[in-house]
Structures are given as C-alpha cells and as structure tokens.
Write a protein that binds this ligand. Structure first.
Ligand SMILES: [Zn+2]
Ligand SMILES: [Zn+2]
Length: 104
C-alpha cells in the first residue's frame, strides 16, 4: 500500500513512473562515465604520443585559420568512434580560439 502511494507521489511530481526515472538516470550515468573515460584518455601517455605524431605529420598550424605556433595548437576530435585508435581523419589541429568555437 505504502509503496503504491510513493509511486503515485513520484508520478505526480515527475510525470513519470519510478522505473522510467531509473532508466533516465542510467543513461545519464553512462554519459558521465563515458565523459570520465574520455577525460582520462586525454591525459594518457597514449594520447600525448598520438597528438605529437599527428602534429609532426600535419604541421603545427591551425587547420581553420592557419595560426601557427608550436605548443599552442590543440587537437580536436571530429568524432569519438575510434577513441584510442583514431585515424588522422578523425582529428583536426586547431588553435585555442578555433578549438573553443568548436565546443560552443
Ligand atoms: Zn585557428
Ligand atoms: Zn575538441
């Protein structure tokens, strides 16, 4: 009886049944976990080497505005499908300003 009432309270408050709310939370947690894994990857040795290799090959200049200054060029992921095994076509070198614009 009490459980039923609680479910009704939740339904009134959120417009959803409890199991639907749980489902939503699960996808949010998954997104959080993926973001965390991505952040970890960006600080890994593997990614540092991948970055260096890419910049060496394609040059230290922004592929959007042409700005060129070693150490100021960042690598942006065009997609995240092959995280850790990126092809050169999954990446783009950008200056800080152009990179920020990509994430707006
Ligand atoms: Zn730029
Ligand atoms: Zn980026």
């Amino acid at each position: 009886m009490f459980k039923k009432n609680m479910e009704w309270e939740i339904y009134k408050k959120y417009g959803k049944k409890p199991h639907e709310i749980n489902k939503k939370n699960k996808t949010i947690n998954l997104k959080k976990r993926r973001r965390k894994a991505y952040k970890n990857y960006l600080t890994s040795e593997k990614w540092r080497n991948r970055r260096k290799e890419y910049l060496k090959k394609w040059g230290y200049n922004c592929q959007e505005c042409g700005y060129s200054k070693p150490g100021k060029i960042q690598i942006h992921h065009l997609n995240y499908f092959r995280l850790g095994e990126e092809l050169d076509s999954d990446l783009i070198a950008l200056c800080k300003r152009c990179h920020r614009r990509k994430h707006l």
